[in-house]
Design a protein around this ligand. Sequence first.
Ligand code: HAM
Length: 402
Amino acid sequence: MINALRGMKDTLSPQSEIYQYIIATCTRIAQNYGFSFMETPILEETALFKRSVGESSDIVGKEMYQFIDKGENDVCLRPEGTAGIVRAFIQQKFDKAGGNRRFFYHGPMFRYERPQKGRLRQFHQFGAESFGEGDVREDATIILMLKAMFEALGIGFTLEINSLGCPACMPQYRTTLVKFLETREGLCEDCERRKLTNPIRVLDCKNEHCKTLLADAPLITEHLCITCKDDFTTLKRILDQFGVSYLVNPKLVRGLDYYSKTAFEFVSSEIGAQSAIAGGGRYDRLVEFLDGKSTPAVGFAMGIERLMELVKMPEIEREGYYIGALCDEALDVVFELVDRKRKTEKVLTDYDAKSLKNHLKIADKNFVKFCVCIGEDELSKQSVWIKDLVSKEEKIINIAHF
Ligand code: HAM
């Protein structure tokens, strides 16, 4: 027997209904905020992710589904959505056209991680990316949009924010941090590597010994330039004004290399160790880095499987019809009626004649609102028997009026 690969899974009803509900809810809200849907390929050139997500990240360093295709191209299943959207943005020459563009997307992402609860190798994200707006109010708007999505889904969260600085202040902070790291002995292997490739990622290490060694590390929030400091203050002020509680975490650096200024993560305490339900931030240098015209950008992505654990679905209401035949002679009439009714309604049926009791059982199991049956009596009178399974009311009506 062939099973799905480790860390990959099938999504069936009722979970698939929750999945669709999350997509529909977030789509509606993203559209209200002026975002339009973009679909990009799942397979992209490996170089795209190396240059955007960054060679020093775990995603590129350890987790990519990378292979050489039949045309000798080095390709990769996308580990995240931002890089593809940025590539498309540049390819469509939106960077040259200027102005603001806002896109949302959803679909499968692939990371060859060690599978555990809440961590899959194929998982799904809903994300949004905004281009052309450098004002920190856009960062605040993205966070408010996420808050609206989680509220609509009935999901509680805590929000952590940080500012990672910009080219004016980041290099200086980096030098200060590297000097500090050189005084620390006994950092783990990953940290020793990151010290050379991307030192701020050291701050994010989960190793308890590293955490102790880094307890008094210099913090980026204390080394921001005036512009970054002002923007971070404005962001906090807007969040306060809109009643969004947050925690400033100066060690929140995110696992992807493209961020500058605002970085944030939404966390849930209800789903175990893999608690990040959404993450994002500003990435003002990425468009230029991928050979486009310099364009400020900010965005987020959330993990749909993690949200599925938390979402409170509204009570499902009975809907649609079940139509069944009580005798073989009625089968053709039922078949035709089902096809006609399906033009406007959800209709279920059965191709065998059955007793009324059995039809009612199937209708109830499928949670439809009406059970409709046709037997000898109904055939002779050109009528149908119909029962409302909510009000329990039964009646016979002319088939022409059904
Ligand atoms: P990320 O933090 O790597 O950011 O992923 C976003 C979310 O995807 C996470 O918060 C988590 O909910 C979910 N996720 C990540 N890895 C897994 C996994 N292995 N299994 C299940 N869920 C997972 C990004 O991907 C950025 N592209 C976000 C962004 C958009 N930043 C700016 N724009």
